[in-house]
Design a protein around this ligand. Structure first.
Ligand code: NAD
Ligand code: WQD
Length: 343
């Protein structure tokens, strides 16, 4: 049986991925410092899967702790690296913390992997590397130009991608898959795991569900004067369980060999752009919950419209994000209700 090391595995995307890995027979070791997640997530995972992943509370900035994990689990055959700080606004306020955490963690991990001869890596990157693509590059495929990052967070993803490319160049036995996520949303159908935003959410969906739950008086829709059909921004919202499955496909591809390049890059999205107002209206339709909202000014740094061309992932990984958006929005609402004990 193969074991996968999942850094950041108690986090939002990590926990859903751990469920998919375990359901497909993998053993999993999670390393997380719990800086943005909770131990209770492990109960959620075992409630769904029926067994518990191995868990080590450790910081990826601690290289010897990572070495100890590889020593304790010599059957680790691949690593999925989710652990990172991810709040764009916070990264502008605390750039050094973001550079240290996101870059230092990857450097330590790669060094530990090299010294333990673990040569398969899946890395969480982001569509943020594309910035606002010009019209000719919409929908965005993997060949679209990388643009200068708009935030330290975005820059850490670009630097991390370069670090992986350079390390692979120097080490022909290292194989990596870089996954560029669009906008992950929703929660596992059981409502036993989901997104746990810290404080006031920055992302749209947690703000919508918290407003529907009465925790926030109203949602602010950041602008309706963009050059889009209804004037609000367009994104490619991808169901977190579909995203999680793509990681299993990526690990399988690394195990199977037969790869096109030593470092492969895939855009993970649905291929469909939805506006903020479409999301809010569909959410109200499928859940029956009210989401009071007002149109306010634009949010600084927002991109007008971006959505994925996921054709390469569809063809090469044999993966598709096809959960209907109504179902996805309902899963987000069920998770919020579970968190707040709403019947
Ligand atoms: P998350 O914050 O829920 O999960 C990250 C986990 O990593 C948390 O459990 C946190 O405690 C842990 N962590 C952070 N720094 C650590 C460290 N130094 N050592 C050990 N553990 C550490 O975030 P998420 O939404 O699940 O994102 C996972 C990955 O996907 C991140 O790399 C993020 O940048 C990337 N990503 C997220 C999105 C998104 O919208 N959620 C989009 C694109 C890319
Ligand atoms: C989505 C849309 C907002 C909140 C961020 C990161 C990106 C990636 C994904 C990690 C936008 C609008 C939002 C609100 C609103 N993360 N909105 N009212 O900005 O696409 O991307 O998460 O890699 O790097 O930047 O996601 O969820 O913040 O916003 O109107 O209260 O919802 O303007 O159009 P975004 P988001």
């Amino acid at each position: 049986m193969s074991r996968v090391l999942v850094t950041g595995g108690t986090g939002y995307i990590g926990s859903h991925t751990v469920v998919c890995l375990m359901q497909q027979g993998y053993d999993v070791t999670i390393v997380d410092n719990l800086s943005n997640s909770d131990l209770k997530v492990l109960d959620g995972i075992s409630g769904i899967v029926g067994r518990r992943p191995d868990f080590v509370q450790a910081d990826c900035l601690d290289g010897s702790a990572l070495d100890a994990v590889f020593d304790s689990f010599p059957d680790i055959c691949a690593v999925i690296h989710f652990a990172a700080s991810k709040a764009v606004g916070e990264s502008v306020e605390k750039p050094l913390m973001y550079y240290r955490n996101n870059i230092g963690s990857l450097l330590n991990l790669l060094e530990s992997m090299r010294s333990h001869k673990v040569n398969r890596l899946v890395f969480s990157s982001s569509c943020t590397v594309y910035g606002q693509p010009d019209k000719a590059h919409l929908p965005v495929d993997e060949s679209a130009p990388i643009q200068k990052a708009l935030s330290p967070y975005g820059n850490t993803k670009q630097i991390n991608e370069d670090i992986i490319q350079d390390t692979a160049h120097a080490a022909p036995e290292l194989n990596a898959i870089i996954l560029r996520y669009f906008n992950p949303i929703g929660a596992h159908q059981s409502a036993l795991i989901g997104e746990l935003p810290n404080g006031v959410p920055n992302n749209l969906l947690p703000f919508v569900t918290q407003t529907a739950a009465g925790l926030r008086p109203k949602l602010r829709v950041f602008g309706d004067d963009y050059n889009t059909p209804d004037g609000s921004c367009i994104r490619d919202y991808i169901y977190v369980m579909d995203l999680a499955q793509a990681h299993v496909k990526a690990v399988q591809r690394l195990e199977d060999g037969g790869r096109e390049e030593q470092v492969e890059i895939f855009n993970l999205g649905t291929g469909r752009g939805l506006s903020v107002l479409e999301i809010v209206k569909t959410f109200m339709e499928v859940t029956g919950a009210e989401v009071p909202y007002e149109i306010t000014g634009r949010r600084e740094g927002d991109i007008e419209q971006v959505w994925a061309n996921p054709e390469k992932a569809n063809r090469v990984l044999g993966w598709k994000a096809d959960t209907p958006v109504g179902e996805v929005l309902l899963s987000a609402w069920n998770w919020e209700k579970h968190l707040r004990n709403i019947k």
